[in-house]
Write a protein that binds this ligand. Structure first.
Ligand code: FMN
Length: 155
């Protein structure tokens, strides 16, 4: 399999800059998801967006050039800041084949993960990133399996 046929997967975290009350923030996230599902489906990108307590985590997977193109637009978006890439690498298969952009809202495991990240001072950066990657993908998969109402919108 050539590099261009393999799926490229990127995980980043960022801080929310959307102002307003809960309903205003929810409405803006809904707009982000609408764009995501439309553009990602057209580009062959799948993934998951997790939002809670002012932080985003997003997994994008697909053809390398398409992931790069979408991520460039995402990085310019003023609705978030302090974008930090956790991992970016080729993978053998997609983790979210059925979701142009799955959404996971408020959840106890994400709060736990954020708490853990703040306290994770005695880990190397690679260990921390690896752990965060597993937390994010596990959460998105759990949500998919439980068919939670907060998790919607297949491709
Ligand atoms: C946290 C976050 C995640 C986003 N994820 C995506 C995405 O996966 N795909 C996408 O097309 N746009 C995404 N966006 C929106 C883009 O930054 C941009 O607004 C959008 O691609 C513009 O496309 P449109 O003009 O077709 O709506 C995201 C924005 C934010 C703040």
């Amino acid at each position: 399999m050539s590099e261009t046929e393999r799926v490229f997967r990127l995980l980043y975290v960022s801080e929310n800059r959307i102002a307003g009350d809960v309903a205003q923030v929810a409405a803006e996230i809904e707009r982000v998801l609408e764009s995501s599902r439309r553009n990602n489906a057209a580009l062959g990108i799948t993934g998951a967006l997790i939002f809670n307590c002012g932080f985003f985590a997003q997994v994008l997977e697909g053809p390398p050039l398409a992931v790069e193109q979408i991520f460039e637009a995402i990085q310019r978006d003023v609705r978030h800041t302090k974008i930090q890439v956790i991992s970016a690498d080729f993978a053998d298969a997609r983790q979210f084949p059925h979701w142009s952009m799955a959404y996971v809202g408020r959840s106890p495991s994400w709060e736990k993960a954020l708490g853990w990240m703040k306290d994770a001072t005695n880990y190397t950066e690679a260990e921390r990133d690896d752990r965060l990657f597993r937390i994010v993908t596990d959460m998105a998969h759990d949500a998919e399996l439980s068919a939670d109402r907060s998790f919607g919108g297949g491709s």
